[in-house]
Design a protein around this ligand. Structure first.
Ligand code: BV8
Ligand code: ZN
Length: 253
C-alpha cells in the first residue's frame, strides 16, 4: 500500500498545518512543473524533439557528433522558453516563499520560469540555457541571438559555442549541488514536483531529505521511483495542486 493519495482540490488540513509549520521547505522541480507553461517534458507523453532521447542530445558526444542538430535543438528550446510564461504552479511556489520563513527551489529545469515567477531562492542544478561558452577553450560567451540556428564560433579561438547547461556525464556545478544537498538535509518539508526522479544526482535529494526526517510530498500525475518514499502524494498537475496547497496553508495559518 503506497502513500495516501490526496485529492488535490480538498487539501487535507492536517497536512496543510504541517506544511504551514515548516521552518525550511525545499522543492525539487523538474520539467513537469513547466508543462502547463506549454513546454514539453523530456520523458512523459509528447516528450521532446520527435522522441530523440535527452541522453543522446544533451551530451558533449551528441554535440560533437552533430553540432548543428544539438545547437538547433537548444535554439528551438530557447525561443520556446522566451515565449513561455510562468504558470499557476510557479506563481504558487513564489507566493509560498512569501508566506513561509524559508523556501528553497532546487530546479533541474533550465527555463528560468521560477525566477520569472518571483521565486528568490532558486538553485539551478543543471545550469541555465541563457549563457553559452566555447566547446574548445571554455571562454564564456554570454547570450547569443536566437534569430538563426547557425552555429556560433568563439571569438577567442574559433571553436563552437555550446549552451552552459550541464550535459549527461558532466559534473553539476559544485556550489549548486552542495547548497541543494545542505538544504535537502536540513529540510523539514520536501516537495518533489514534476520530476520523473530518474536523473542523478538531483534525484538523490528527496531521499536525502526524507532520510533526515523531512515530510516528503510528491506532486506528479504519474508514479515515480520516489513515490514509495513519499508520505503524501498528489496524483495531479502541479498548476492545480500548488495553488490549492497555498490556499489551504493560508487557511490554517
Ligand atoms: C553526472 C540539462 C557524473 C540540459 C540534463 C546509471 C544509473 C545512475 C546514474 C547514471 C547512470 N548512467 C548515467 C548516469 C548519470 C546520469 C543519469 O542520472 N542518467 C540517468 C538518465 C540514468 N547523470 C548525469 O550524467 C549527471 N552527471 O552524473 O556526472 C560525473 C561524476 C564525476 C565526474 C564527471 C561526471 C548530469 C545530469 C544532468 C543532465 N542534464 N539537462 C538540458 O536540459 O537540455 S537532465 C534532463 O533530465 C533535464 O534537465 C531534466 O530536467 C532532467 C530530469 O528530467 P525531469 O525534469 O524529471 O523531466 P522528465 O520529462 O523526465 O519528467 C517529467 C515528469 O513530470 C514526469 O514524471 C511527468 O509525469 C511529470 N509531469 C508531467 N506533467 C506534469 C507533471 N508533473 C506535474 N504537473 C504536470 N502538469
Ligand atoms: Zn574558444
Amino acid at each position: 500500500m503506497g502513500a495516501p493519495e490526496f485529492n488535490p482540490m480538498e487539501i487535507d488540513l492536517s497536512l496543510a498545518k504541517r506544511i504551514a509549520a515548516a521552518r525550511r521547505l525545499v522543492a525539487l522541480t523538474g520539467a513537469g512543473v513547466s508543462a502547463e507553461s506549454g513546454l514539453p517534458t523530456f520523458r512523459g507523453a509528447g516528450g521532446q524533439w520527435n522522441n530523440m532521447r535527452p541522453e543522446q542530445l544533451a551530451t558533449a558526444e551528441g554535440f560533437r557528433a552533430d553540432p548543428k542538430m544539438v545547437w538547433s535543438w537548444y535554439q528551438h528550446r530557447r525561443r520556446a522558453y522566451r515565449l513561455a510564461a510562468p504558470n499557476a504552479g510557479h506563481l504558487a511556489l513564489a507566493e509560498l516563499g512569501t508566506i513561509l520563513p524559508s523556501v528553497t527551489i532546487a530546479t533541474q529545469n533550465v527555463d528560468r520560469l521560477h525566477q520569472r515567477a518571483g521565486s528568490r531562492q532558486v538553485i539551478e542544478l543543471h545550469g541555465n540555457v541563457v549563457e553559452n561558452h566555447c566547446m574548445r577553450c571554455n571562454e564564456p560567451a554570454g547570450e547569443v541571438s536566437l534569430e538563426s540556428d547557425e552555429l556560433q564560433a568563439c571569438r577567442h579561438c574559433g571553436g563552437w559555442l555550446r549552451p552552459s547547461v550541464v550535459w549527461f556525464g558532466e559534473m553539476l556545478p559544485v556550489e549548486a549541488l552542495e547548497s541543494a544537498s545542505e538544504a535537502a538535509a536540513a529540510a523539514d518539508v520536501f516537495l518533489s514536483i514534476g520530476t520523473s526522479a530518474q536523473v542523478y544526482p538531483a534525484a538523490q535529494l528527496p531521499a536525502l531529505a526524507q532520510h533526515n526526517g523531512a515530510l516528503l510530498i510528491e506532486i506528479n500525475p504519474e508514479p515515480t521511483p520516489l513515490s514509495h518514499l513519499a508520505e503524501a502524494v498528489f496524483r495531479a498537475p502541479s498548476a492545480q495542486v500548488l495553488p490549492a496547497l497555498v490556499k489551504a496553508i493560508r487557511q490554517v495559518s
